[in-house]
Each structure stands twice: as C-alpha cells, then as structure tokens.
Write a protein that binds this ligand. Structure first.
Ligand SMILES: [Zn+2]
Length: 424
C-alpha cells in the first residue's frame, strides 16, 4: 500500500504545482488519496512547490455551528498549500475520528493555542499546533463520522472547512439547527402557511459596519439601503407567508462573507437571498440583475463579483477553477429557478412603479457569499445606487416598499413552482 500512497501523494503534489501557479501559493484537497495510517505520518515535503516565499502566519481559528453543520475558518497571512486528511476512530488509543489539515510553509501566529471547544454534536474541539518547522496542523476532533470540504478564500486569506454530519442530506429535511450560534434573530412568523416546504428563509443584507458597499448618488450607502429593504421584506414574509425569517445582520455591523453562508447552513434554511445594490463608474448604468453562483467568462460579471467579494478580478477568475467542485455540489437548478422567479417579479413589479426599468437579466458569477450554501441561493442587485434617478429613488420608502412587494412576489412564485413540481 506504501507505493499506492506515494503515488497518490505525487498526484496531489502535481495538482499543488498547478494550483500554486494559479494562486502563487495554493490549495489542494486529498479527497482521492488514501488516508494516512495515523497522525505520526510525516507530511510530504511540499515547501518546494510554493517556492522560496515568506512563511504564512496562521492566525485566529473560529467556527459557526449547529447540530449537523460546522464551518471552521482559519485566518492566514497569505495563500498556502494545504492538505486535508481523515482519520478513523482509534479506540485503542482513545482517539475520536479526526480530520486534520496540514498547512505548508506556515507558522503559528501569536496568541493562545489551547484547544478550542466546539461540542456541537459534530466536533468536540479544534486543536492547532506547529507540527514541524514548516507545517502547521489543524486537527478537528469529531464526535461522530463527518464529511468535510475545504477551500481557500483571499483578501484576507482564510481557509474555510465545512463539516457535515453523515446523516445530513444536501437539503432542508434535516433536523433544525441548534441554537448555538447567535445571528441577528427576529421573532418567528405566525405559521399561517408553508409553501412547498419553505419554512425558513435567511435574508442577507450585503456589507455593513466598516464595509459600506457602494456609495451612491448623494452619498447614500448600499449597506443602509439593503438593510432597510431586508427588514421590510422579512416583516412581509413573516406576516403574509408565515415563514421564519432570519437576517444575517439586523443592524450596521460587519460580518464576513463566509459567516453569512454559515448562518444559512447552520440554520438549515430553505432559501438564502443576498441583497445588494449595483454600482458603476459609468453614471448612466442602470437596471436590475439577479445572480446565482456558477463559473462565468463574462467580464462584467467577474468584475462585479470582484467588487462584491472585496477582491481582485484576477482572484475571482483564478478561484473559479478551484471552487468548481463546490459549485457542482450545490442546488444549482433550484437556484437558477429562484433567480428567474425573483428577477421576473422584480422587473415586472418595478416597471409598473417606475414606468420602465432596464432588464439586465439573470446571470451567473462567483460570489463568495454563495459558496457552500446548501440551499437554493441567489444574489440580487437592486438597481444602480450610482445612477442619478435610481440611487435617489432607492432611498425613498415608497420605492423600497415596491421592491419588497416584488421580491416577495418572486419568492412566493418560486414556492408555487416548487409545489407544482412536487405534485406532478
Ligand atoms: Zn454589494
């Protein structure tokens, strides 16, 4: 078996070279490789792949979790090569099932390195240590058999590890989330109805806190407009559809993109809707567009995603290849349907209110905030805040109310489509 393993590692090393070329440092995962026999296995020498670069510093480790899902995020000072491994339970040594991540060319940053207790039913704790002079190892001690998926996001660099319970089907049927995490939470709906199994929706008002998003005509900030629209939409959904609605933020605060998705996953939401306003250096640009997550070659969509991701255009196009596995695991068909329902309602509803709107269509792009979402998920760009008329109108209550009515209508239509599909 030694030969086979060496072969597996060689393949990984080659993948690592390819990715290193893309990222200047890189990510790779070992899903196809056989797991090593134990933690004593030396990690393969990998420093050469990244070249003679400064070592990455491994910073804070945090997590968001529920009973059947945990997202662990590891802060990094720069891009890294990493490998994930899975270890079976070892009763003889009193060891639980483990997942460990070796981060190459890395050193531990300052701060406490005590084990971080999680105890959410999936993970017991997270341990971080300097495994060798050049390798930092992060060990996730599991409580049960889990599956995992890891990916690297830039600006700032962080390694995100999603952990799922084995019983977790990729959908909303699993048990409700434990109340371990504390996202901005609002009262439950009146439970009057439930359309096509939609019982919980996470609305994500983009940006917040130190990140104002786009600044529009007359100094209006995207973060304020989308928060106001999200709150109004939440009220309407609770009241008229009787669903539970959770906002990723209820006030003006900063939340990382990966934490927003983690809230939706941990809450086991049925839909995830991220609300933004569009912006352009061209003051004439206007209209509505709605996005779902997928790879694209469209230059404008890549530039928009770069702006919303807070990263460069190059990082977005590079990451497309690395994240394509993640995209394929998602509810793509449902997300496309949701995007079309919401977009159609927005264009129709706002045309009625404003006389005419520019329909920029349903598009795809790599938005970090949608990566790893386990439910139908879309990102809506509500008009151009930088356009003289659209920016001014979006600050008005009556136009926000019209947007809310149109968004609500789209969600309801999606629910009805899903119902019709289920009863075929
Ligand atoms: Zn935005």
């Amino acid at each position: 078996m030694k030969t086979k393993k060496a072969h597996g590692l060689l393949l990984q090393a080659l993948t690592g070279f390819a990715l290193a070329a893309l990222l200047g440092g890189a990510a790779l995962s070992d899903e196809a490789a056989p797991p090593p026999a134990g933690e004593k296995e030396p990690a393969p020498a990998r420093a050469g792949a990244a070249g003679p670069v400064e070592r990455a510093t491994v910073g804070a480790v945090r997590f968001l979790s529920s009973r059947n899902y945990t997202r662990v995020t590891i802060d990094l000072s720069r891009a890294v090569l990493y490998e994930t491994h899975r270890l079976k339970e070892d009763p003889a040594r009193g060891l639980p099932p483990r997942i460990y991540i070796d981060i190459f060319g890395a050193q531990l940053g300052a701060g406490s390195r005590e084990p971080i207790p999680v105890r959410d039913g999936l993970l017991r704790q997270v341990r971080v240590g300097q495994f060798s002079s050049d390798v930092v190892r992060v060990v996730l001690d599991a409580s049960s058999v889990v599956s995992h998926q890891a990916f690297l996001l830039p600006d700032p660099y962080r390694l995100v590890v999603d952990i799922h319970g084995k019983g977790d089907s990729n959908g909303p049927a699993a048990a409700p989330a434990a109340k371990k995490l504390a996202p901005a939470r609002a009262p439950k709906g009146n439970g009057a109805s439930e359309i096509a199994g939609i019982r919980k929706i996470v609305l994500d008002p983009g940006h917040g806190g130190k990140d104002p998003g786009a600044i529009g005509f007359g100094g209006i900030a995207e973060k304020d407009v989308v928060l106001s629209v999200a709150k109004k939409l939440a009220r309407k959904l609770r009241k008229e559809m009787g669903v539970e609605v959770i906002l990723t933020r209820n006030d003006d605060r900063f939340i990382s993109l990966e934490d927003r998705t983690a809230i939706a996953n941990a809450e086991n939401a049925d839909l995830f809707i991220s609300l933004h306003t569009n912006a352009s250096p061209n003051g004439e640009a206007r209209g509505l567009e709605t996005y779902y997550l997928d790879n694209t070659t469209d230059e404008a969509a890549i530039r928009l995603a770069a702006r919303e991701n807070g990263t460069s255009r190059k990082n977005v196009s590079d990451l497309q290849f690395i994240l394509s596995d993640m995209v394929q695991n998602m509810k793509l068909e449902d997300s496309i349907t949701l995007a079309h329902r919401m977009h159609g309602s927005l264009v129709a509803g706002m045309s009625k209110k404003m006389g005419e709107v520019r329909d920029l269509g349903v598009k795809k792009a790599l938005f970090y905030v949608l990566v790893g979402a386990r439910m139908p998920s879309v990102l809506v760009e509500l008009f151009f805040i930088t356009h003289r008329d659209e920016g001014r109108l979006m600050a008005r209550d009556s136009y926000q109310d019209a947007l809310v009515d149109a968004l609500y209508d789209g969600i309801r239509k999606y629910g009805e489509t899903a119902t019709a599909m289920k009863t075929l």
